[in-house]
Design a protein around this ligand. Structure first.
Ligand code: C2E
Ligand code: CA
Length: 595
């Protein structure tokens, strides 16, 4: 039997009508077939596009939707409600339950979000007669909500990225030093608790700097990315690979049954480096040196393990690179110190920590400055000013002297040129050079280039090489020094008297000057042997037509002795200690009055 609304009407009907027709929410009643029994104005205007509140009675949502679509067939998305409303009515009837949900679709081509309530209604016997419902336009609210969710999502992503960046290396996306330390700490704690072994590997790529310098940083960066991918491919998920900076990587190997596990992981890892890297058409072979420290054998805390793994890595490098090495206690304090200085010196080059002091050489007859010796100093950020005896022998042994001497040359020549421009007369600039440097294939080109670049004159330069180094292979030295001499650069033999020169070679060497070693000057004018040696060197210079300079002159008596025996060029604390460039300017003003 069709449902008759009139039956329900009572005396309050006018009041009810006023209420429902003036509410902005959509209100309706439908029968069991989904046909409207009652609608208010809001649903007619907002959803059905009915001309008045009478038109929908006896018709359903699909009728109105189809009518709208037909009238605007050129606009396929003009009205997309209809079937949707009908379906949810059926769900309410079937389940006999009130429902609250959101429905959305297009009305007049615009997106409309409705918050819908639907509920069944019953006759006096409790039988379901149809549905009542209300719909509220929440489109604006929804927009705000969507925007908000989007902003929150972006914010969340940014926050995740920031926290990722704080703990990861930007280039390789690997954990950085901070995260590495954290993981190492966790690994130590786990190993302690479960009485496992764990290992720290310190990895340094071999000759990476040369690759970087010759192929450029962007290729270097790509290599680092590829290297980290290859390494990762060979690790267990429980292990942590991180980039500590530059070409240094580190791995925490967790939960090791025995040390054979390490061997296996490393040989496996090194295997993947057999294949060269091809980057932008360049085929590059990369190898690495690995140092290993094992918990608890080689240390029980982060710093000791890391330090020892680092030391072991240097041992691997010393053993010819492309290999790995375990830490052992035989790495004495002294060798560790050497290793430490070597690491720090590498940083010193990069961070421009080297500076040059200048010690004047004076003509003792006139007190005029005839030249100065450039002496390197290392301004270490925590250890302060370090003198060359702490690092020059090491740099000579490991080859770093090549770069060091070139840095000093660059700085000293630049300063010297400046003094000339400013009207000083600083005489000759003496530079200490290792024979290793002089034997470099590109050394002559390097000198020519730097002299041209700094607009300096060859005649203003003098290279000092020690007697011991020259005499260790005099024939080779003669050829190399000849090339320097041909440029017009003077050559002087340093620490003369300590190195068993052969007179035959001395005659053949293209040299201009001998520097009498400080050890003979120290005991002048009292020690008969030193007197004899000094006098001999001075007369040797006269007969070979060489200049002579006495080094390490500290007293007026030494000076008088030297002058008396024909050596007027003096370098030593008597005149001045090595000076900073600023102090050297004052010294020059004091002594060479032309300024
Ligand atoms: P050296 O070439 O024999 O330099 C002279 C050293 O004697 C300097 O020490 C200087 O400060 C010191 N000296 C000079 N006069 C006196 C004096 O009257 N009394 C005393 N007690 N000492 C005096 P420094 O600067 O410590 O240099 C040590 C050595 O390091 C140098 O010995 C030189 O062989 C080497 N060196 C310094 N700079 C360079 C560099 O740039 N390259 C290379 N390859 N070696 C360098
Ligand atoms: Ca010297």
């Amino acid at each position: 039997m069709p449902f008759n609304l009139e039956d329900l009407r009572d005396h309050n009907s006018e009041l009810l009508e006023l209420l429902t027709q003036n509410l902005p929410d959509m209100l309706w009643m439908k029968d069991l077939d989904g046909n409207y029994l009652y609608v208010n104005k809001a649903i007619c205007e907002g959803l059905l596009m009915a001309k008045d509140t009478q038109e929908p009675i006896g018709k359903g949502d699909v009728f109105f939707a189809l009518r709208e679509r037909k009238a605007h067939s050129d606009k396929p998305n003009w009205h997309t409600f209809g079937e949707l409303c009908f379906n949810s009515d059926q769900v309410v009837i079937d389940t006999n339950k009130a429902m609250k949900f959101e429905e959305y679709g297009n009305v007049k081509g615009k997106l409309l979000y409705l918050e819908v309530f639907k509920a069944p209604f019953y006759d006096a016997d409790g039988k379901v007669m149809g549905t009542v419902g209300s719909g509220r336009d929440i489109t604006e609210l929804k927009k705000i909500q969507v925007d908000l969710e989007e902003s929150l999502h972006i914010l969340k992503e940014q926050r995740e990225e920031l926290s990722f960046q704080a703990n990861h290396d930007a280039l390789t996306r690997l954990p950085n030093r901070i995260l590495f330390m954290d993981r190492l700490m966790q690994a130590i704690n786990m190993a302690k608790r479960y009485k496992h072994k764990m290992a720290v590997l310190f990895i340094d790529l071999d000759h990476f700097k040369e690759i970087n310098d010759s192929l450029g940083h962007h290729i270097g960066d790509k290599i680092l990315i590829d290297v980290s991918k290859r390494m990762l491919s060979k690790l267990r998920t429980s292990d942590t690979l991180s980039r500590l900076g530059g070409d240094e990587f580190s791995i925490v190997l967790n939960n090791l049954e025995n040390t054979n596990d390490i061997e296996r992981i490393i040989t496996n890892g090194m295997q993947v480096f057999k294949e060269p890297f091809t980057i932008e058409g360049n085929v590059i072979h990369i190898s690495m040196s690995i140092g290993i420290a094992i918990y608890p054998h080689d240390g029980v805390d982060i710093n000791t393990l890391l330090k020892n793994a680092d030391a072991a890595m240097y041992k691997a490098k010393a053993n010819g690179r492309n290999t790995y090495s375990y830490y052992d206690e035989g790495m004495t304090q002294k060798s560790l110190e050497k290793i430490y200085i070597e690491t720090e010196l590498r940083k010193a080059f990069k961070n421009d920590e080297l500076c040059v002091y200048y010690q004047p050489q004076v003509d003792a007859l006139t007190d005029n400055v005839i030249g100065m010796e450039a002496l390197v100093r290392w301004n270490h950020p925590t250890m302060g000013l370090i003198f060359p005896d702490k690092f020059i022998p090491l740099a000579e042994a490991n080859g770093m002297i090549i770069e060091l001497d070139r840095i000093v040359m660059g700085k000293a020549i630049t300063q010297f040129r400046k003094w000339h421009e400013e009207g000083y007369t600083p005489g000759k600039l003496s530079l200490n050079l290792a024979m290793k440097q002089i034997h470099q294939d590109d050394f002559i080109d390097f000198v020519k280039e730097i002299v041209a670049e700094k607009k300096c004159l060859f005649e203003n330069l003098e290279f000092e090489v020690t007697e011991t180094q020259v005499m260790s292979n005099p024939l080779k030295a003669i050829t190399a020094l000849q090339k320097i001499s041909e440029l017009g650069i003077a050559i002087s033999i340093d620490d003369f008297g300590t190195g068993y020169s052969s007179l035959a070679y001395l005659k053949k060497l293209p040299i201009n000057k001998l520097k009498v070693d400080k050890s003979f000057i120290d005991n002048l004018p009292d020690d008969p042997e030193d007197i004899a040696i000094t006098k001999t060197i001075i007369s040797l210079c006269k007969s070979l037509n060489l200049d002579v300079v006495a080094e390490g002159v500290e007293t007026i008596y030494q000076k008088e002795f030297l002058l008396e025996h024909g050596c007027r060029n003096i370098q030593g604390y008597l005149y001045s200690r090595p000076l900073t460039k600023e102090d050297m300017e004052l010294f020059l003003q004091e002594h060479n009055k032309e300024v």
